[in-house]
Design a protein around this ligand. Sequence first.
Ligand SMILES: C[S@@+](CC[C@H](N)C(=O)[O-])C[C@H]1O[C@@H](n2cnc3c(N)ncnc32)[C@H](O)[C@@H]1O
Length: 268
Amino acid sequence: MRTFTEDPPRLPGTRPGGTRTEREASQRVQQMFSRIAPRYDFLNHLLSFSLDRLWRRRVARLFRRTLRRTDARILDLCCGTGDLTFALERVRVHELRDATAHRTPLFGSDFAQPMLDRAHQKALAHGRSAIFTTADALHLPFADSNFDLITTAFGFRNLVNYEAGLREFARVLRPGGELAILEFSEPGVGLTAGLFKFYFKQILPRVGAAISGSKEAYSYLPGSVSKFPTSAELAAMMKKVGFTDITIARWNFGSVLLHTATLLAAKL
Ligand SMILES: C[S@@+](CC[C@H](N)C(=O)[O-])C[C@H]1O[C@@H](n2cnc3c(N)ncnc32)[C@H](O)[C@@H]1O
């Protein structure tokens, strides 16, 4: 029997704008990101004061050892316009010290075609070799045990079923493969955290709506962050589906979290 002190049951995944089923929620997320694609990069850099570039670069550098291996197969999920994919590629080229060295291409995938179109354009403009594919992160078109590293930046929170997402990542990762999830989080307590919350909930949605023309997308952002599982809950889910060595790094006063994990040598 539920008592009044119990927290309401957490949703299995995101449900933007009162959507009720996974199917409805998934369509809404896809439409939202497709709509804001033309202004997405500009707004990302503006609203984060360009810190988003730094966060992605930090993630890429953490995986230097894997990136150095020319045969490493790497997938950046919910890649959007490709900024983390390109950050990974830049670190890889730097680590190999030869831009022309033969290496397995990096893969980026997303289900919002207009976001991927921009990723393609950027790859062409900057001579990047990453391969971008349209795919739902919950139903990936890749064979089992295919990748050495999966990354995702600010995408995981938008999945309509977090546990199913983690299971799908585990399926396409090889045993011993690595996972990195970069996500926003509600910062803790204190003055700076309070100021950040005010900015995130009051200023960012208004500026985002005015520039992108989508009120929904930029009010969805703080709303979805506040409903996202806590780091302990996410870590428990990762463990449940077979990840181990889970680490959590807190950046920017706890407003950005990086979860990393390794898939157990024997799959569950
Ligand atoms: C906030 S953007 C992040 C984009 C990019 N990773 C970055 O760092 O800027 C979230 C992305 O997740 C994608 N996404 C959300 N749910 C998805 C799903 N189920 N399958 C594939 N992509 C998804 C959206 O289309 C969007 O491009």
